[in-house]
Design a protein around this ligand. Structure first.
Ligand SMILES: Cc1ncc(COP(=O)(O)O)c(C=O)c1O
Length: 366
């Protein structure tokens, strides 16, 4: 059979926890504790501790987590929220669904939101900045705070950064609140959809605790118009098991990143990912830039190697956001990167041999 290297392979990490997960899931089934409940509370405490914050609220997915923070912070119609043009669409969707206006800004060489771009985008209507911790490294939240001041809410989009740090402080503890996703392929991934909000703000946490559960914490008492966005017991149990391995699995990703750097670093046609000063990257994605990307991607595919583009179009060029009226040329760095970026296979459990095959194939295609 011909050789293959998948883009992501979750089977290695699943095998590490499989027997414990089977027992934990059985316990949830035996106790019928399917929604929120003890397993969710245990995970929320553990993940809050891990993230260095007071409160963690488990919700249904990362997009809801973003939206719930904005709603809980009363950011909506008439307000502007600044976010990077190069992010997964969910960041912009949450802003739009909250009724606020997304204000897109460009990125810098490290793919992170441009602090100068944010400074230039501030208006009297600016209520928040969504600091997206893209690909596994945190946005420069300290520098963002310095330009936006203390009255603008900083929402960390921490969907891709579980375990990352900035100047030693964990992702999720850097802004006013953070939203994260436990989509299965994330560094901390559930066995289905799941997400969480992290914050030190007790009042915001109380509001989101209600909003996620039809506007109340006690059954049939609804003090807010809420929604249904709760963490399932089975997902919480799995997440607790995986959280215990997260640092070790992130280290394996860092090791794999170092291996790619060794194998590819000498070729100046390939731009390796840059790590911003003060950041501990956890390589949710390993994104290089190459010339003639589409041909290279097709060549990798023909050789049995999975790769991806994160993301082919920045938000302002997606038809869903055409109403923002920011055509081609609005955010040139993000647009140029869209034509060059290539995400290589990256997951704990990838072998050095597979990485050698990826690197040899990639170099031969250039
Ligand atoms: C940067 C970013 N924000 C938000 C989300 C949304 O998370 P979810 O898919 O759990 O809704 C994702 C993940 O898909 C993401 O990568």
């Amino acid at each position: 059979m011909s050789r293959t290297v998948p883009f992501v392979d979750l089977s290695w990490q699943t095998a590490q926890i499989r027997s414990e997960a089977d027992s934990a899931i059985s316990r949830i089934i035996d106790t019928s504790s399917f929604i929120l409940g003890g397993a969710a509370e245990d995970f929320e405490s553990a993940f809050a501790r891990y993230s260095g914050v007071e409160h963690c609220l488990g919700v249904a997915n990362g997009t809801d987590a973003l939206e719930l923070v904005l709603e809980g912070a009363k950011i909506g119609p008439g307000d502007e929220v600044i976010l990077p043009a190069n992010t997964f669409v969910a960041t912009a969707e949450a802003v739009a669904r909250a009724g606020a206006t997304p204000i897109l800004v460009d990125c810098t060489e490290d793919y992170l939101i441009s602090v100068d771009g944010v400074a230039a985008a501030i208006t009297p209507r600016t209520r928040a900045v969504a600091a997206v911790h893209l690909y596994g490294q945190t946005a420069p939240v300290d520098a963002l705070r310095a330009v936006v001041g203390n009255d603008v809410f900083i929402l960390e989009d921490a969907a891709q950064s579980q375990g990352a740090k900035r100047h030693g402080a964990p992702s999720g503890s850097l802004g006013d609140a953070a939203a994260t996703s436990f989509y299965p392929g994330k560094n901390l991934g559930a066995f289905g959809d799941a997400g969480a909000v992290l914050t030190d703000d007790g009042e915001l946490a109380d509001t989101i605790r209600k909003l996620r559960n039809h506007g109340g914490v006690a059954k049939y008492e609804h003090s807010l118009v809420g929604r249904n966005s709760r963490l399932d017991g089975i997902q919480a149990a799995v997440l607790s098991l995986k959280l215990a391995h997260l640092d070790e699995w992130n280290q394996l990703r860092r090791d794999a990143a170092a291996t790619y750097a060794e194998l590819l670093g000498a070729d100046d046609r390939i731009q390796l990912p840059l790590v911003a000063e003060g950041n501990e990257h956890i390589y949710h994605l390993y994104v290089v830039r190459v010339p003639d990307r589409d041909r290279v991607l097709a060549g990798l595919g023909a050789a049995g190697i999975g790769s991806g583009i994160h993301y082919p179009k920045p938000v302002h060029l997606l038809s869903a956001f055409a109403h923002l009226e920011q055509g081609p040329g609005s955010h040139p760095v993000a647009e140029a990167f869209g034509d060059e970026i290539l995400s290589l296979p990256m997951y704990p459990g990838i072998t050095a041999d597979d990485q050698q095959y990826v690197a040899d194939t990639l170099l031969a295609l250039l």
